[in-house]
Design a protein around this ligand. Structure first.
Ligand code: ADP
Length: 498
């Protein structure tokens, strides 16, 4: 039987939709960008109506390019930019305020005040996260505190809160379903990842009425049907996961020890740690990787701010190359004993350093340093940062057997070979690198019975190429020492080093 699965991938800068068949092949795609709103320094907002309209448009475009009709869709999966907050009025469906985006830093001071009260350890214990504006709770609180009448409406039960998945689901089902999935819930700072429920103490701490919250379901679950108004006919929605978790699912990282790393603008590494959460002592996040049939599997997550963005800077800022892809040839022609290290701390350093005030630098310049050395150092910075994450994971007692990679940077073979050499682990590149949308499609297809099991899905995962480690330990240690030394010199204050 042929089945068509529509994956909605609502991202930070654009909404996308991809139609897959039951073999995971892409049949059609749609994509539409929308405006980024920066009302003040450090604030980032989206208009929820833009999110909604561009999502609908990209679904229609995907159908058109595939030559299919809405009634040909078997099931829908949703994946989304995580942590972004929307509050709307249940009576009208109208948002009270713009979506406050994950990148928004307006609650930094408030987070700092909670940290000063030594609340981070208890929050980390319950949620697996750190006290940072990145996560939803402080943004939700901000909307309730700063929008006229919001607090009163909330107390009366008229308001609904959702991450982007919830908002889209609510709209797609004509207000019949106010739900989210466990992975999105686990990014709010309000969800207890051990009790699998919203946490009363945290709701009190952030002063959030429970009436606002969506019901939390498994990632593969029945989330209702679309209205005829939304997509032209009633279609079941049966999968939801946050974007990074969806990518891990799309990469079939179903077993403990399997990890995926997405190398786009930034980099997100997720390691499956199985049914037991591993608490990090090295400032990595513990999060829900997936929940199926009531059973959560956990993941450790590390994020790097600058991956492909460093190459963008090399291209557009320094103008050393015309195209990102040229970097590979230059790197292949560079001495492997390169003395140059580039630390891309343009906006501070992410995991495991979390040093917001560190700034970028290039070290080890010699008289013969030229364009190719600097470009190569930029590519290698992505590999060294991945090694920082791996080392932190190792110190937390977890380990990695396979690293599956995706994102725009993974067409670069030099980067993947260097990753394998530095991480001393096999690096696998799949044939389909649209893993985020694919993960959402797999989840919906699993619930719809298109796929019978995780094994069935995993059999469909197609390898493009494996990069095997080809360097010895002495080489690795020598190279990494140089990196750690360079990082230490960019730190805002002497402190923790990887
Ligand atoms: P995002 O989804 O975050 O917008 P993509 O996954 O589309 O990003 O990846 C684009 C990024 O990958 C850009 O930052 C670009 O600089 C980088 N990139 C693309 N091709 C290459 C390449 N061959 N070598 C190195 N970097 C690349």
């Amino acid at each position: 039987m042929t089945c068509n699965i529509l994956a909605i991938d609502q991202g930070t800068t654009s909404s996308r939709a991809i139609l897959f068949n039951e073999k995971g092949a892409m049949l059609g795609t749609g994509q539409e960008e929308f405006p980024q709103l920066f009302p003040r320094n450090g604030w980032v907002e989206h208009n929820p109506e833009d999110i909604w309209q561009t999502t609908l448009n990209s679904c229609r475009q995907a159908l058109k390019t595939a030559g299919l009709l809405p009634r040909d869709i078997t099931t829908i999966g949703i994946t989304n930019q995580r942590e972004t907050v929307i509050v709307w009025d249940r009576r009208t469906g109208k948002p009270l305020y713009n979506a406050i985006v994950w990148q928004d830093r307006r609650t930094a001071e408030y987070c700092e005040s909670l940290r000063a009260r030594d609340l981070e350890p208890v929050i980390q214990k319950k949620t697996g996260l750190l006290l940072d504006p990145y996560f939803s709770a402080t943004k939700l609180r901000w909307i309730l505190e700063h929008t006229d009448g919001a607090r009163e409406l909330a107390e009366k039960g008229h308001l609904a809160f959702g991450t982007v998945d919830s908002f889209l689901l609510w709209r797609l089902t004509g207000g019949r379903y106010h739900c989210t999935d466990a992975t999105n819930a686990s990014r709010t700072l309000l969800f207890n990842i051990h009790d699998h429920d919203w946490d009363r103490e945290l709701l009190e701490l952030f002063n959030i009425p429970a009436s606002l919250l969506p019901e939390v379901r498994d990632c593969a679950s029945d989330f209702g049907q679309t209205t005829v108004d939304a997509l032209g006919c009633e279609i079941a929605i049966q999968g939801i996961a946050g974007d990074q978790q969806a990518a891990a699912f799309g990469q079939c990282c179903f077993k403990p020890g399997m990890a995926k790393s997405t190398y786009g603008t930034g980099c997100f590494l997720l390691l499956n740690t199985g049914t037991q959460p591993v608490t990090s002592h090295n400032r990595l996040l513990t999060t829900i990787g997936c929940r199926l049939q009531g059973v959560s599997s956990y993941a450790m997550e590390g994020s790097i701010f600058m991956a492909g963005a460093t190459i963008q800077w090399i291209r557009d800022g320094l103008k050393l190359i015309d195209q990102a892809a040229e970097s590979e040839q230059l790197a292949q022609a560079t001495d492997p004993e390169l003395s140059v290290y580039l630390v891309p701390a343009f906006t501070g350093l992410g995991a495991p350093y979390w040093d917001a005030d560190a700034r970028g630098a290039i070290f080890g310049l010699t008289r013969d340093t030229g364009i190719k050395e600097i470009v190569t150092a930029a590519l290698l910075s992505v590999c060294y940062q991945s090694l920082d994450l791996m080392q932190a994971i190792g110190r937390d007692g977890a380990g990695l057997t396979t690293l599956r990679v995706d994102g725009g940077m993974v067409t670069n073979n030099f980067v993947l070979q260097s990753l394998a050499d530095l991480l001393d682990c096999a690096v696998e590149r799949p044939r389909i690198i649209e893993t985020t949308a694919l993960g959402a499609a797999y989840l919906a297809g699993l619930q719809a019975g298109v796929f019978s099991s995780l094994d069935h899905i995993a059999k469909g995962w197609n390898l493009d190429r494996t990069f095997a480690p080809a360097r010895d330990q002495a080489w690795r240690e020598r190279r990494y020492r140089g990196w750690l030394d360079a990082v230490a010199r960019t730190r805002s204050k002497p402190g923790f080093s990887a």
